[in-house]
Design a protein around this ligand. Structure first.
Ligand SMILES: Cc1cc2nc3c(=O)[nH]c(=O)nc-3n(C[C@H](O)[C@H](O)[C@H](O)COP(=O)(O)OP(=O)(O)OC[C@H]3O[C@@H](n4cnc5c(N)ncnc54)[C@H](O)[C@@H]3O)c2cc1C
Length: 315
């Protein structure tokens, strides 16, 4: 049985760690949904992150680590145990020669901006992805011209025993929207070093603004979402299958499929996580019925769910 008071009092003693009890997750997730976390912590430094995880491991408390929560749907019932969110408070970015090292909480957009200002190319593709470095490495986030796998040199991470270790580029085992960390969910990215190439800053800014414009034109950025709801099925595009199933612009209560980009499941600000989950099921079933193609969620379902979750593939 999780002794919340005891956990709170022990974690509270760690320096540079913000902590709260029964904290609603809705304001901290891009979907703007999610019930309370029993205990919610936000480390301000890598040292505080390591200390908190080591204590949590020693005590065997239930733990969920999140970045900016842009690729997750958190249940209305919330999350039991401890949620550690790596936010831009733990977001140091350092550049040495052509290498940029960032703490896991750093925003990708800040990284891209810093890289461009230093005349270092390679991160422009990530400039419009709204997540953190940690979440992006876990998911092998990618867009347009690149993906994390192209630029990651090494990561420092905490292993299942709470030891700090280093993972070299190839050991990340990157694959489509996955990595070593998807297969080892008890390991957590502390920071990552990226290998970049010198280039004229103006060229990088031009690439970033071109990408920003493409996103603005094609994505429903004014609605809460978690980006592309489903992974790209081999030989198809999820958005096209959804659109060809007549679901583009479909609403189910206050949640639905974007009319601008059928790959995005959105909500209008009045929905709840269960209703959004129903849309995942409706879309998955309808596309399967029509085309015999199973769409597997790219979005992760976090917290306590009473409902059945959509079928996933191996990750
Ligand atoms: C409008 C919009 C557009 C998007 N466009 C793209 C796109 O073009 N390409 C793309 O790939 N994605 C895109 N996404 C999805 C999302 O932004 C990326 O997957 C992003 O990399 C997730 O980062 P995050 O910090 O939000 O991770 P979270 O959503 O917080 O977490 C994702 C997963 O990583 C785990 N995790 C997070 N941090 C750590 C850590 N430090 N150590 C270990 N595990 C961790 C979590 O437990 C969870 O399982 C988009 C999302 C939105 C809302």
């Amino acid at each position: 049985m999780f002794d919340k008071k005891r956990a709170f009092n022990k974690l509270k003693r760690i320096k540079d760690l913000n902590i709260a009890e029964d904290m609603s997750m809705a304001p901290f997730s891009n979907f703007k949904l999610g019930g309370p976390a029993d205990i919610y912590i936000r480390p301000q430094t890598e040292k505080a992150f390591v200390a908190a995880i080591q204590l949590i491991r020693q005590e065997d408390w239930k733990l969920t680590v999140l970045g900016l929560a842009t690729n997750v749907l958190i249940s209305d019932l919330g999350i039991r145990g401890i949620v550690c969110q790596l936010s831009p408070e733990m977001a140091g970015i350092n550049i040495l020669d052509n290498e940029l090292t960032a703490s896991a909480g750093a925003r990708l957009s800040d990284l891209a901006a810093k890289g461009a200002a230093a005349g270092l190319a390679g991160l422009a593709f990530s400039s419009g992805i709204p997540g953190s470095v940690g979440g992006a490495v876990v998911m092998n986030a990618g867009a347009y011209t690149g993906k994390m796998a192209d630029i990651v040199l090494r990561s420092q991470y905490l292993d299942a025993e709470g030891q700090v270790r280093t993972l070299e580029a190839t050991e990340h085992n990157f694959n489509y929207r996955g990595s070593f960390f998807n297969d080892n969910t008890d390991c957590f990215v502390i920071n990552t070093t990226f290998k970049l190439q010198p280039a004229p800053a103006q060229d990088i800014y031009d690439e970033m603004s071109d990408i920003a414009l493409r996103r603005y034109k094609s994505q429903p950025l004014n609605y809460p979402s978690a980006g592309s709801a489903f992974k790209r099925p081999p030989g198809h595009f999820a958005g096209k299958l959804i659109s060809d199933s007549g679901l583009k612009g479909f609403w189910h209560g206050h949640a639905g499929v974007s009319g601008k980009h059928a790959g995005f499941i959105i909500q209008d600000g009045k929905s709840n996580a269960s209703e959004v989950l129903e849309v995942f099921h409706i879309v998955q079933n309808k596309v399967y019925e029509n085309f015999d193609v199973m769409l597997y969620p790219e979005v992760k379902f976090i917290g306590d769910w009473q409902e059945e979750l959509p079928q996933r593939n191996s990750d």
